[in-house]
Design a protein around this ligand. Structure first.
Ligand code: GDG
Length: 503
């Protein structure tokens, strides 16, 4: 069987159920890799002040991970810069927060090139390569330049923006063109897929091949929707663990005679925390009789704390929580408990279960796994209610949540009221349908359908080099000048092997 090689910016496989906040991507990928041979390649999370080609190799929770450090300038320009201050806000429709800085895009290209140069010699001819997320869009193109002819797929975890937003990015055309080095490009929902197709057809004079592939820039690719899901069994095991039980008991003890409303989000402007707090304030204003009957717990660990927009957001959230609590607290209770730190994943499962309402109100979100985790953690006999933003990708799969527009304070407030007063029979009915969806569209289905589509996605009978040569003879000569017959340029890198055998 082919190996699966996963590439993502950060390689932070959770080592134990507890470990610090692992983003949605990390949680999903480590679940996916456990069942395939192969390895996970990416940035170690460390920076160095001088260039290093050292690869660290470890086994983490049955997954082989290979990591490299970033130089300080790369960290600033590629990670804090182009990835998190340019592409992230832009792809979440925040052109007001987008940094259009040329040095950032140079750093982005440089790191993608370097990743490709380190990765290429580690590949075997029949490996399937799966690249993840907006940090690494040009990686496929760079691997092709080095002669890698393997099937390469790309999955975007975040939204794809509408063409009128994307075209504000200098270099938008090159960015999209680089995606055409992949055989398969996956999106979370049809909305992001349509936005991509719309750019290709409208801005890049693209079209369709007779087999449904999308054509532009002299190449073609398969673009499809693969909604990400949970490792449901794993999550339910966590939810039944003693740690989860303890967290549940603690929350239950703190909310005697009160209903718990919970929000769990990285502290990120895309998650709609400010709008949520303002909606909650409206709820308190409009429902004086319910003020003493609820507690809203917001868990929001700091994320990307070196990026200015995130520092500003944190200050505004601090101020809002203080103001609302100041207005509505009593001597013995406060309506909001805001925790600016991460919790163990098993503790989170217990907290979700203790909450009558899960409040998930992003302004824009590729999918949103918290919505699915909240549902998976519920007691089937007394489940809570999910209040979900229509702008989360998850809303397309979860119509049985109470769907609201997070920009409308009235809708947030009304959504809360509906959720808090929903009769048990209705809660069970909705939860059952949501849970069926979470179980069906799980992380294994996501992984297997992507890998299957990647295997099937090659243009028939033509290795990539031949395709390039046919369509773009000039670049093909340059691209293949230093390629060995095995298809992969050989280069020497120093590697540190772990004590145990690495798959
Ligand atoms: C990106 C896309 C897409 C949060 N706080 C803690 C903690 N978390 C975990 C949650 C969940 C994950 O982080 C967040 O996942 P989301 O999907 O909600 O959001 P992003 O991090 O923005 O993920 C998103 C996802 O990729 C996957 O494709 O759904 O749209 O933006 O798993 O539980 N985990 C722990 N402590 C915390 O305090 N342990």
């Amino acid at each position: 069987m082919s190996r699966l090689v996963v590439v993502s910016n950060r390689v932070n496989a959770p080592e134990r159920p507890g470990d610090a906040p692992a983003g949605g991507l990390a949680v999903a990928l480590s679940a996916a890799l456990r069942e395939y041979s192969g390895f996970w390649f990416g940035w170690s999370g460390e920076t160095t002040d001088q260039p290093s080609d050292k690869i660290q190799i470890r086994r983490v929770n049955d997954v082989t991970v290979m990591t490299v450090d970033l130089e300080d300038a790369d960290y600033q320009e590629y990670y804090n810069g182009y990835a998190n201050a340019t592409l992230w806000p832009l792809f979440h429709d925040r052109i007001d927060l987008t940094a259009y800085d040329r040095s950032f895009s140079e750093g982005y290209e440089r790191v993608n090139r370097r990743f490709a140069e380190i990765l290429a010699p580690l590949l075997q001819p029949d490996d399937l390569i799966w690249v993840h997320d907006y940090h690494l869009i040009p990686l496929g193109r760079e691997l092709r330049r080095l002669g890698v002819g393997n099937p390469i797929g790309f999955f975007l975890h975040i939204p794809w923006p509408a063409p009128q937003i994307l075209t504000t990015l200098p270099g938008h055309r090159q960015l999209v063109e680089s995606l055409f080095a992949y055989d398969l490009v996956g999106f979370q929902t049809d909305e992001w897929l349509w936005a991509f197709e719309s750019y290709v057809l409208g801005e890049a004079a693209g079209g369709w091949e007779s087999d449904g592939r999308l054509r532009a820039f002299g190449r073609s690719l398969t673009a499809r929707v693969f909604p990400i899901g949970l490792d449901v069994e794993d999550f339910q095991t966590l939810a039944a663990s003693p740690m989860a039980r303890r967290a549940y008991d603690r929350m239950a003890a703190h909310t005697v005679f009160r209903n718990l409303i919970v929000g769990v989000d990285r502290l990120d402007y895309s998650k709609g925390l400010e709008e949520r707090l303002l909606g909650f304030e409206r709820f308190l204003r409009d429902n004086p009789d319910l003020r003493r009957e609820i507690l809203y717990l917001q868990v929001a660990p700091t994320s990307r704390g070196e990026v200015e927009a995130y520092q500003d957001l944190r200050m505004r959230i601090d101020a809002l929580c203080g103001r609302i609590n100041g207005l509505y607290a009593e001597v013995d209770s406060a309506p909001i408990r805001y925790v600016n730190r991460g919790y163990r994943r098993d503790e989170l499962a217990g907290i979700y279960r203790a909450a009558r309402v899960g409040l998930v109100t992003p302004l824009r979100d590729g999918m949103n796994l918290v919505a699915k985790e909240y549902v998976a953690a519920q007691d089937p006999e007394n489940p809570g209610v999910l209040v979900l933003s229509r702008f989360a990708g998850a809303a397309r799969q979860m119509p049985d949540a109470v769907i609201i527009n997070p920009y409308s304070r009235e809708e947030v407030s009304e959504g809360l009221k509906i959720a808090l007063s929903m009769p048990l029979v209705e809660r069970i009915r909705r939860w059952r349908r949501l849970m069926d969806g979470v179980e069906t569209s799980n992380v294994k289905v996501w992984r297997d359908s992507f890998v299957e589509a990647l295997r099937a996605s090659r243009e028939p009978d033509l290795p990539f080099g031949d395709r390039l040569r046919e369509r773009d003879p000039g670049s093909a000569t340059a691209a293949f000048a230093d390629v060995s017959p095995g298809g992969v340029r050989q280069a020497q890198f120093r590697a540190e092997w772990p004590t145990g055998p690495a798959a």
